[in-house]
Design a protein around this ligand. Structure first.
Ligand code: 4AD
Ligand code: MG
Length: 476
């Protein structure tokens, strides 16, 4: 007889059939009821042990975390809270788990504590729910783009170029750092390094995606990206996953339409496929928010918030209009913003939150930002001041997507690169796309963890990636 997964057990008729189940003990009550979990579902299976039939020595070894093999009969449950239960015939301990040494107990632990034991936290219902949804979203992203005929491109992880031009790169080298080769003039001699030049972990696969879009029209990347920005916030990671579609013959409006359709598809996918997990996370959020002051609580419970997002068109406004709204707001007049609102500023979190949560109360797409605060590759507008950028802002998250129509006109691109001190020599391959059959094109980047945050209602980005990397933190 083979092991049956708990997700399958729960769908079987409870007609006394004999089964083998294996899993880890979540709780053991009254020396009689074991809640067993094997990760195939967030539900536990109730195992009933008749303590008269088992030795005390065996029963004493059953604790939260102990792994078990149970052979028993499936019957309709006598108690409340479950439909099925198994009456154990044999109980075999696969692995003991010492209750005084095991950090996870059958009680509520804080997320901060669980972050410190990330090697064990996947065993909790919260993290099982989050990572099941994360898995589903990764699958749904491929489904969305594959259904549309997009080609999945693996962009390189190691690169010699700074796609965003923001200088937030991790250096990749095989040099012995206590003895780095130098040139006669005292500079580091990168020609002696592994790749014969200075190399880094990629901040974005966009530039390579653009090369591919010039052959396939519609492509996307989905891979890890790295940023050495010293941002210790609940929205930033040093290593995160990004989805970057790139489409030839798309303008900014086509780009926004695709991004909005994608986000709605992914949110709906979560609601349709993970109802148990979503309900669990919604309840968790409600319980947690009871401890917060009223003004810090989210205005909508998780499910309602997700549904609202699917049902309503995103607001679309220009940066200039956004600044106008912020300037005129009573919030600004009462000097409640910490940072000055003025045309030209990079929008701060407080400004984004005001627009999304107070002014519009739904996702907002902001377009046509000042060129000074955006990357070199964005298409320049007629006004000479703004570029065809778009950022999508989500409630509670802020920027979830950043994208643009690209500058396809070589003279303008070269001019902008010069102004921004980006070497046209090093980037010759990128410029060749504009030289050989250039076309209007556009694309965007979706921060995968920020999407998972939104769909699960988790406040801290470190709780939606299994092993988060952030400044001064690279455990596990
Ligand atoms: O706005 P960003 O920097 O845009 C790009 O990288 C473009 N190359 C995308 C493109 O047009 N193909 O990053 C895109 C998204 C952000 O909107 C945000 O969701 C996420 O990536 N992101 C981060 N997520 C977690 N931690 C960080 N440090 C992030 N930085 C950006
Ligand atoms: Mg951005």
């Amino acid at each position: 007889m083979k092991r049956t997964k708990i997700c399958d057990v729960l769908t079987l008729p409870s007609n006394q059939q004999e089964l083998i189940v294996m899993g880890w003990v979540r709780t053991f009550r009254n020396n009689q009821f074991i809640a067993l979990n094997d990760g195939s579902t967030i539900q536990n299976l109730q195992i009933v042990v008749d303590f008269n039939r088992f030795s005390e020595e065996l029963l004493k070894k059953i604790h939260t975390g102990t792994s078990l093999k149970i052979v028993g009969k499936l019957i309709p449950s006598q108690g409340k809270g479950q439909t099925h239960e198994i009456i154990a015939n044999t109980v075999e301990i696969l692995g003991e788990c010492h209750p005084e040494q095991y950090p996870l107990q059958a009680k509520k632990h804080s997320l901060e504590f669980l972050r410190e034991i990330a090697h064990l936290r996947m065993r909790t219902s919260t993290f099982q729910s989050v990572f099941r949804i994360r898995n589903g979203l990764a699958y749904a992203i491929h489904q969305f783009f594959q259904n549309k005929g997009f080609i999945y491109i693996h962009s390189p992880v190691i690169t010699a170029s700074d796609a965003e031009g923001a200088g937030e790169m991790f250096q990749v080298t095989t040099f012995n750092l206590s003895n780095v080769p130098k040139t006669n003039s005292g500079k580091v001699s990168f020609s002696d390094d592994f790749f014969g030049k200075s190399t880094y972990l990629t901040v974005s696969g966009q530039l390579e995606a653009e090369l591919a879009a010039m052959a396939f029209s519609n492509v996307y990347t989905f891979g890890p990206t790295f940023r050495a920005e010293n941002s210790n916030t609940p929205r930033h990671l040093a290593e995160f996953w990004m989805i970057e579609p790139e489409m030839a013959f798309y303008d900014l409006t086509d780009n926004m339409d695709l991004a909005e359709e994608m986000l709605k598809y992914l949110i709906k996918y979560t609601l349709d496929n993970y109802p148990d997990e979503i309900r669990f996370l919604e309840q968790r959020q409600i319980d947690e928010e009871k401890q917060k002051p009223q003004n810090e609580r989210s205005t909508m419970p998780l499910i309602e918030k997700l549904q609202f997002c699917i049902q309503n068109p995103f607001e679309r406004i220009t940066y200039t209009k956004a600044i106008e709204i912020l300037e005129k707001s009573t919030y600004n007049q009462k000097k409640k913003f910490q940072f000055l609102v003025k045309w030209g500023i990079d929008l701060q979190t407080e400004h984004e939150r005001y627009l999304v949560e107070k002014e519009f109360n739904k996702p907002v797409i902001i377009t046509d930002y000042p060129k000074e605060i955006k990357a070199f590759y964005m298409r320049q507008n007629e006004d000479g001041k703004t570029v065809k950028a778009m950022d999508i802002l989500f409630p509670g998250i802020g920027e979830i997507v950043g994208g643009s129509q690209r500058e396809e006109r070589i003279e303008l691109l070269e001019k902008r690169m010069k102004e921004m001190n980006i070497s046209a020599n090093d980037m010759y391959w990128y410029l060749e796309t504009r030289r050989f059959g250039t076309v209007p094109h556009a694309g965007f980047g979706l921060g995968f963890e920020r999407l998972v945050q939104f769909c699960t209602g988790m406040n801290n980005i470190r709780d939606v990636i299994p092993f988060p990397r952030s400044p001064k933190n690279c455990e596990f």
